[in-house]
Design a protein around this ligand. Structure first.
Ligand SMILES: Cc1cc2nc3c(=O)[nH]c(=O)nc-3n(C[C@H](O)[C@H](O)[C@H](O)COP(=O)(O)OP(=O)(O)OC[C@H]3O[C@@H](n4cnc5c(N)ncnc54)[C@H](O)[C@@H]3O)c2cc1C
Ligand code: SF4
Length: 342
């Protein structure tokens, strides 16, 4: 049995209190929300904080509400909203159903009851050579991501290729959501796409002391989005491929016209160390009405730069081929929805 190491557990009731506790703990301190990623990682000695600061007792991090100001009409989600709450939230279902659907596809009901939005968006990157017990990793002399020097996936590579495996992050990037970060220097807002690095070790641009406090979803304004997920067991597993597709329809395309796409984003999860946007795929959709030719062109454009590595489940060349299939399926769903609405 894998056991947790001993650590000090703190339960602040306010954000400023959490920041002060983290400052006191220094690099040996970490935040935790649902703990469904951090605690298994601590058992395998991936992360070894001596002080763990729970964010779950901070009321403002658990709120869901309509946004004011520039994102008027959008929804603001507290980072400690659970995935179960997110998937059932009426404002999310009305304004950004792809977010709730992606949250509902994470793992199992038990993990969704504990796991939070913030934890999902800050999820550690994953790799077959890393998500193993300490003894297993020791037997291969560890790897660059923790305790070692070499990458077993690409031994001549200077970087780690561990994979971004969050289901909700690709959707946030596709939607153009904003993340609200609060740290010792105050609050800053970053677009979801700028929150991630394509590096398996330094995969977040967030500073360790910063708390991801909230996520602001854009107002519904003629756009639609979907998320499709490929995994071995539909009831349980991490994505080996996630496809988030977002399209904005031309203004004025009324209920009797099908209209054309004026802007689009395709973002892939599970194929790189960050949610990977493929701008060529989005560009291929502009001016189309999501008919078969437009969909095929975008699926082909998404397939070409997708370079999954041999460090998760399934054969990597098959996973690459599935990119084309899953992008086409996601776009077909958006097209069908549009046709049903007109
Ligand atoms: C068996 C199993 C299957 C899983 N399947 C999936 C899956 O299919 N898809 C998927 O996406 N995930 C999956 N997960 C991972 C995980 O359960 C979810 O991603 C969950 O949403 C993580 O949230 P959490 O609150 O439990 O994170 P935690 O474990 O609490 O935290 C994760 C990381 O984020 C940091 N963090 C958390 N909240 C904040 C915050 N507000 N500000 C700053 N830092 C923060 C923590 O310090 C930690 O580094 C799975 C996990 C397990 C164990
Ligand atoms: S990609 Fe390489 S360095 Fe990164 S976790 Fe896997 S084996 Fe380790």
């Amino acid at each position: 049995m894998l056991r947790l190491p001993s650590f000090t557990y703190l339960q602040p009731k306010a954000l400023q209190e959490a920041l002060a506790m983290k400052a006191d703990a220094g690099p040996d301190g970490m935040y935790v929300a649902g703990g469904t990623d951090l605690y298994p990682n601590m058992k395998r000695r991936h992360q070894e904080p001596r002080t763990v600061i729970s964010l779950m007792g901070i009321p403002e991090l658990r709120a869901v509400g309509r946004s004011g100001g520039p994102t008027d009409g959008g929804v603001t989600l507290g980072a400690c909203v659970t995935l179960t709450e997110l998937s059932a939230s009426p404002p999310v279902r009305q304004s950004a159903r792809a977010v709730g659907e992606a949250a509902g596809l994470v793992s199992t009901p038990l993990l969704r009851n504990m796991g939070t939005l913030g934890g999902n968006l800050c999820l550690d990157t994953r790799c077959n050579y890393y998500n193993q017990s300490y003894e297993w990793r020791k037997a291969i002399d560890f790897c660059m991501k923790k305790d070692g020097h070499i990458c077993w996936v690409a031994p001549s590579s200077p970087r780690c290729w561990a994979v971004s495996s969050s289901d909700v992050a690709p959707v946030m990037v596709a939607l153009g959501a904003d993340y609200v970060l609060v740290g010792p220097g105050g609050e800053r807002v970053v677009p979801a796409a700028r929150f991630y690095h394509n590096d398996g070790i330094n995969y977040l641009t967030k500073q360790p002391d910063e708390v991801l406090a909230a996520v602001r979803l854009p107002a519904p304004d003629g756009w639609d989005a979907v998320y499709h997920k490929l995994r071995r067991r539909g009831s349980f597993d991490f994505p080996v491929l996630g496809v988030a597709a977002w399209v904005k329809w031309e203004r004025g395309a009324g209920s009797r016209e099908r209209g054309r796409v004026v802007e689009a984003r395709i973002v892939l999860g599970g194929v790189a160390s960050w949610p990977q946007e493929v701008p060529e795929a989005g560009a291929a959709l502009v001016g189309t009405d999501l008919s078969d030719e437009g969909v095929a062109a975008a699926a082909d454009a998404a397939y070409r730069p997708a370079k999954p590595m041999d460090n998760t489940d399934f054969d990597l060349s098959w996973r690459k081929q599935m990119t084309r299939v899953y992008v086409a399926r996601a776009l077909a769903e958006l097209g069908q929805r549009r046709r049903a609405a007109t």
